[in-house]
Design a protein around this ligand. Structure first.
Ligand code: SF4
Ligand code: SF4
Length: 353
């Protein structure tokens, strides 16, 4: 049989790239998601909501996530076929969405169901998840609260914000198609604790403490935020990491820029502007803020001091923009006298790596 010449897997690679491009275009999630609120690290939640980092998944993983979403459609069809009434929209005809804390906290339900064989007269929040074989076995052995506390917290949030007091969790083993279901009761104390946690994150202008200061701590070792929390990586530059931005409790999840005295929509928040100045604690692994002032023209300037006493300024030229601070591969370059002299002599010069 004739062999088709290389490049091998070019079609597969093109499909993977398609998913990667779509993910890149999707940008950051605007709100603090109920699906995350049970995460063990409060700082992780704050950094995620403040767009400090966006995890880049490869195309294969993104396809896997999509397969999970396709399971939702399949199980809804199956529930209907066995006589369960499944509602994928609320009383206003919109997809089941819940919002809290000015629109900054919430999420989308997979649906609501009436007529489940276990309790036919009770409305249930629906939550569907796929698992690999190991995770599925753990779920069956321990139940959802112990095996998947984030999923359990997500359902508590949905129950509390919709007024339903039962949830039905349906999981699929991706390897065998085996199903597992579990009814979950509403826990009002836990719901209020989760709500309070979300509000604390939303109202905090600075990142909360680390779950551990040990870079080798097991929860930190595999965390996507590790380079920011325990290394010298400066966060992404956008309005959410800027000291001038504030969330507004307007019900629509709005944000304001105090520097420009204006509302900033989600699209604009992604790009930010040249006036971006890091929330100082986001750079604490690099240097400590020692001073801040307003320069002519209204530009803010923030002076930082590194561990060896050398200083740099996050500000308009000839100081370092936030983009330059993030780009600098070796952060000591920011405080290098020669580099600073070049920037003073050539105000358009930019640190690019
Ligand atoms: S690296 Fe550790 S402290 Fe930082 S967000 Fe992750 S788990 Fe939390
Ligand atoms: S100064 Fe620029 S980056 Fe900062 S919040 Fe305002 S618009 Fe966003």
């Amino acid at each position: 049989m004739a062999t088709i010449p290389e490049p091998a897997n070019a079609t597969v690679q093109a499909v993977y790239r398609l998913h990667e491009q779509r993910d890149a275009q999707a940008g950051h999630r605007a709100h603090l998601g109920a699906s995350l609120i049970g995460h063990p690290c409060t700082r992780y939640l704050w950094l995620t909501w403040r767009w400090a980092h966006k995890e880049a998944f490869d195309g294969r993983m993104l396809r896997l996530f999509e397969a999970g979403r396709q399971f939702e459609a399949r199980i809804v069809a199956e529930l209907r076929a066995i006589g369960v009434q499944v509602s994928e929209v609320d009383a206003n005809g919109r997809q089941w969405r819940v919002n809290d804390h000015g629109g900054h906290f919430g999420g989308s339900l997979d649906g609501a169901a009436l007529g489940l064989p276990e309790a036919p007269a009770t409305w249930h929040v629906l939550e569907f998840k796929t698992h690999n074989a190991k995770s599925f076995a753990d779920l069956k052995a321990k139940g959802v609260q112990a095996a998947k506390p984030m999923h359990w917290a997500q359902m508590q949030t949905y129950m509390g914000l919709t007024g339903m007091d039962r949830a039905m969790y349906i999981a699929e083993n991706k390897d065998t198609s085996e199903l597992y279901s579990e009814r979950v009761a509403f826990d009002p104390v836990e719901f209020e604790r989760l709500r309070a946690r979300a509000l604390q994150i939303i109202e905090s202008p600075e990142p909360p403490p680390r779950i551990s200061n040990d870079p080798a701590w097991w929860q930190c070792k595999t965390c996507a935020m590790h380079p920011i929390c325990h290394g010298e990586q400066a966060p992404l530059v956008n309005c959410r990491t800027c000291a001038h931005s504030t969330p507004v409790m307007d019900g629509a999840g709005g944000w304001r820029c105090e520097r420009h005295n204006t509302a900033i929509d989600t699209g604009r928040q992604h790009s930010g502007c040249a006036g971006h100045r890091y929330i100082p604690l986001l750079l604490e692994r690099i240097a400590e803020k020692v001073d801040a002032w307003d320069e002519p023209g209204g530009n803010a300037a923030v002076r930082y001091r590194m561990a060896d006493g050398a200083e740099f300024v996050n500000g308009a030229p000839p100081h370092f923009s936030s983009v330059e601070i993030r780009a600098a591969k070796h952060k000591a370059m920011l405080a290098d006298p020669q580099v600073q002299r070049i920037k003073a002599d050539f105000p358009d010069a930019r640190m690019v790596a």
